[in-house]
Ligand binder design. Sequence first.
Ligand code: FE
Ligand code: FE
Ligand code: ZN
Length: 296
Amino acid sequence: MLYIGSHTSYLKDKQLMGVVEESLSYGSNIFMFYTGSNQSTLRFPVNKEITKEAHELMKKNGIDKDKCIVHAPFIINLANNSDPDKYNFYINFLKQELERCIELDIKNIVLHPGSYTTLDRETGIKNIANGLNEALENIEGVNLLLEYMSGKGTEVGTSIDDLAKIINLLNEKTKEKVFVCLDTCHINDSGIDIGNFEEFLDEFDEKIGINKIKCVHVNDSYNAVGAHKDRHANLGYGTIGFDKLINVIYNKRLDNIPKILETPWINRNEKNTYAPYKYEIEMIRKKEFYDYINQK
Ligand code: FE
Ligand code: FE
Ligand code: ZN
């Protein structure tokens, strides 16, 4: 079955209800959101009543809560422990995010593994594994999904090997709770042509295991294979192209795995700005590209 949705806004007054209403307006059957700003750790308390009502609305509309995703803010960086206070702050903040997932009854959280900055890649990998062991120690019922990154700056998790190394360093209990989130823009920018996605999955299966893939972010890219840039483009308007992305979305080995769109809003800085997701989801369901940006 196709589980398709997008990034949505979680705001203070409507919280999860706003996320569900926005998702339904796009024709989604799953969603992803940040529990506040993606660039800060400022968070407001979860309202139980709203959460309950939102879950009722999800049930009524066939949104499978177990396939929905929270995205941790970008600023959490478990790779660099050169400032122990900061490193501990990030571990503690991640714990709070995991607890918020439990309060919101959302079972998956995506995390950027982090950047090693002044350290080196192998040290970064160890720090991430140690941080995850600590953050997940007393958490049950939430999957942590490490995102495959594009290789900007000193990012870790920019190859199957990086992710395999992190997972192999986890203790047995944590290992069961840690999964992977792919991102087609990031894979492209890391140096792999999405046209060779089957070979990519073969390698992933051999080194990590395909059952560890819990989510795929579906984005086109503004940049060439291996550019290490991470600029998402709308489906069919980038260098990957619509057909290769459709092949990922409908890949048999990833059936039932949630697919999330994180493509940019159209005319972002103008008055007539709008979300692309309704159009992209329609195109995905029809498996046919349509130039909605120019023909709308
Ligand atoms: Fe991400
Ligand atoms: Fe992503
Ligand atoms: Zn990205």
